[in-house]
Design a protein around this ligand. Structure first.
Ligand SMILES: [Fe+2]
Length: 296
């Protein structure tokens, strides 16, 4: 590619030691994508759409189709934005990569979703430690056409602006909510449990594991339980939280979290794979194959 992402520095964050990029939004350099980069998109798109049949929730697949995303070429942000603006008044903005929390929250609070413009290399099809265009575009953007989910992500952004002012403890609790819903969320549907989380839909292995493996817990959504639960940053999740509908997310984010953060500060935190009294257990994980790895 003729342009390369501009990494500014590395920084310790709640997602580990990650590169921080220039924080400005950038034009998608669509004309500069190489044939290989379009092929990476195409390969991943076809593969995931096959894996997600009967696994992703209908909203995800239907919205992806409304956008006209196809394996033919990397989509143009400006084309997607026409659909997104008209649908839920959100827009995609191009970025170099992960953003500092306060800038990320500000985008979400203003209905702008930052999408990394560059795509992984052919040898990174199965795993990449940071979000790229495939994760952001294929994984996140479709759900932003769902009006309730779109409002939830904005509410999360507003909550983030607030939590950032309250300090690292509040921020960590809020980040766990994003992690266990937007990134790794499952939803109960009349056809069975389905995926809506972006971190899952953009991963072939985890799309199968999260639903079909006996190893992880699958537990009913509970806001405070999630805020107390650590998560895995370098392996598949040990626990997935299952919502009954997108409205449940919206309802859970209506109250002011400030007193919740204060109360939870006095409470112990839960290991990623633990099951607690009071959990609405849909599946109790066997824990098979769990390796001790970093959690946050
Ligand atoms: Fe993501």
């Amino acid at each position: 590619m003729s342009t390369t992402p501009r990494r500014v520095e590395h920084q310790q964050t709640d997602r580990g030691y990650v590169p921080i990029y220039t924080t400005a939004t950038v034009e998608q350099p669509w004309a500069d994508y190489t044939r290989t980069e379009h092929e990476v998109w195409s390969t991943l798109f076809r593969r995931q759409r096959e894996v997600l049949k009967g696994r992703a929730c209908n909203e995800f697949i239907e919205n992806q189709e409304r956008f006209g995303m196809s394996p033919d070429a990397i989509p143009k942000f400006q084309d997607l934005n026409k659909v997104l603006k008209a649908g839920t008044d959100w827009e995609i903005v191009g970025v170099e990569g992960l953003l500092p929390d306060e800038i990320f929250f500000d985008h979400l609070a203003n209905r702008r979703f930052p999408v990394t413009w560059w795509i992984r290399k052919p040898e990174q099809l199965d795993y990449l430690s940071e979000p790229d265009l495939f994760h952001d575009l294929f994984g996140h953007v479709p759900m932003l056409l769902n009006p309730v989910f779109a409002d939830y992500v904005q509410a999360y952004g507003r909550g983030g602006v607030k939590a950032h002012k309250l300090g690292p403890d509040a921020l960590m609790k809020l980040t766990r909510l994003y992690w266990y819903t937007v990134e790794f969320g499952l939803i109960n549907t009349p056809e069975g449990v389905r995926i809506y989380g972006s971190g899952i839909v953009s991963s072939k292995g985890e799309s199968i594991y999260c639903l079909e493996s006996d190893s992880p817990n699958r537990i009913g959504f509970d806001l405070e339980r999630i805020m107390r639960t650590k998560y895995k940053i370098d392996t598949y999740q040990q626990t997935y939280f299952v919502i009954d509908g997108f409205q449940q997310l919206m309802d859970a984010t209506q109250p002011d979290f400030t007193p919740i953060y204060a109360r939870l500060k006095e409470q112990p935190e839960f290991a990623a794979g633990s099951v607690q009294d009071g959990d609405r257990v849909i599946h109790r994980g066997t824990g098979e194959g769990w390796v001790k790895s970093e959690e946050t």
